[in-house]
Ligand binder design. Structure first.
Ligand code: NZQ
Ligand code: ZN
Length: 393
């Protein structure tokens, strides 16, 4: 087990009816004027926005609103949010939504507290010095931004999608009521489950020769739980227990817990997907499942034992003659699972058919983000990235 530094300062308020505590939670953090940040309309339609406003009013907390965050959140709205917060004297950010809304709020928080051009932080030019405090009401179990140190923003100028990680943006609290996720379209529920799984898979496939007994057991238990619950939700989207398992797993999968002692993990599938999201605006979870099998087949020879263990412990594959054969069965079983939750296993199924020029563009942008090379299972450079995109067609 390698050394690690595990920090999860977010208060989790979990369960039915917890939304109504939001006003008091903001007040306890010292918030007096809040930016309510949200997406394209689901929070209005469900009545959630009104519930949040009522709770803030009851606690004597003022608010301003900025909706319109789109999946793969845009830099232009972040800039608008920064200007609004400065004009209105906002001192607390309250994103109500999923990863896109929370990430947009994190970027606004950096911009207000650190000054200068906010894109500098995502463009590796300088580090932020602060972030406005953030609390969230989560409406989709997926990205894990409610407990992660990351935010991912798309700059429309060149369609560059970049992530930035820092403890400064960690949410002060996250309200997680699984009932709020009942209004999700089935496709978004499945995308979320795929992303949750991948956050632990990225950590599980790492460069450590020795397994870490506890971390591996936590990771395998989490992955089995999400697979089981996601299959329940395909048939019964209103199943509270399954919604609750998935929601809790979403946070634990990306708050660092399943990576303790792993040395960081691989993250190539995520980096490859971010370029798909940047260029083709696909849903993050679906982009991940479309590319994962291609990545796994490309790198598995570097660690057949790890892939074989994943196959047996997570997917219940019978061990074959050797690790390589078991590993391959595992990759096939994972793709069968993706199909069973109606997620794509190729770019064509994802609905994109990049040209050779677009493959080169994505690989080169990915190379810049990765500072030349990426991957813990196997080191990948731009030519490898191109090969993985091509094989995923
Ligand atoms: O905009 P609205 O109308 O709210 O609709 C949203 C959106 O269209 C809808 N939705 C959310 N909750 C709903 C709902 N519809 C009905 N009922 C509800 N309760 O779902 C759609 C997707 O929302 P989004 O926030 O985009 O989903 P997700 O949480 O998957 O976030 C994806 C973004 O997070 C980034 C991704 O790259 C992507 O940009 N990620 C952020 C990470 C982080 N900050 O740690 C890590 C991840 O790996 C990921 O990269
Ligand atoms: Zn993700």
């Amino acid at each position: 087990m390698v050394n690690f530094n595990y920090y999860t300062p977010t208060r989790v308020v979990f369960g039915k009816g917890t939304v109504d505590q939001v006003g008091e939670l903001v007040k306890a953090q010292g918030g007096t004027k809040v930016l309510l940040h949200f997406g394209g309309g689901s929070v209005r339609k469900s009545g959630l926005l009104d519930r949040v406003k009522a709770s803030l009013e009851a606690a004597g907390v003022a608010h301003v609103e900025l909706g319109g965050v789109v999946p793969n959140p845009r830099l232009s709205l972040v800039r608008e949010g920064i200007a609004l917060c400065e004009k209105e004297g906002v001192d607390f950010l309250l994103p109500i939504g999923g990863g896109s809304v929370i990430d947009s709020a994190k970027a606004i928080g950096y911009g207000v507290a650190s000054g200068g051009d906010v894109w500098d932080f995502y463009d590796f030019k300088r580090a932020p010095t602060g972030c406005l405090p953030i609390g969230t009401v989560l409406t989709i179990a997926a990205a894990g931004s409610e407990m992660s140190d990351s935010s991912v923003i798309t700059n429309e100028d060149g369609w560059v999608k970049r992530g930035y990680s820092s403890d400064l943006c960690r949410c002060k609290f996250a309200i997680m009521d699984p009932e709020l996720t009942m209004t999700l379209p089935d496709y978004q529920t499945a995308c979320g489950c795929a992303d949750i799984l991948m956050h632990t898979m990225e950590r599980y496939f790492n460069d450590q020769a020795q397994p870490m007994a506890l971390t591996d057991a936590l990771a395998e238990g989490l992955m089995r739980t999400v697979i089981d619950a996601s299959l329940v939700l395909v048939k019964e989207p209103g199943n509270y227990q399954a919604r609750a398992e998935v929601m809790w797993a979403g946070s634990l999968s990306h708050n660092g817990l399943t990576g303790c002692g792993t040395g960081g993990g691989d993250w190539s599938t995520h980096k490859l997907e971010h370029e798909l999201g940047g260029l083709f605006d696909v849903a993050h979870g679906a982009g991940l499942t479309a590319i994962w099998g291609s990545w796994a087949r490309y790198v598995m020879d570097a660690q057949p034992g790890r892939f074989a263990r994943f196959a047996v412990e997570v997917l219940g594959v019978e061990p074959q003659g050797d690790d390589k054969a078991t590993a391959l069965k595992g990759i096939e079983a994972m793709e069968d699972y993706y199909r069973s939750i109606r997620m794509p296993t190729s770019l064509r199924e994802l609905g994109v058919e990049p040209t050779e020029e677009q493959i080169a563009e994505m690989a080169e942008k990915c190379g810049v983000t990765a500072h030349g090379e990426m991957g813990a299972v196997k080191t990948l450079r731009v030519e490898d990235m191109k090969a993985i995109y091509r094989a995923a067609m």
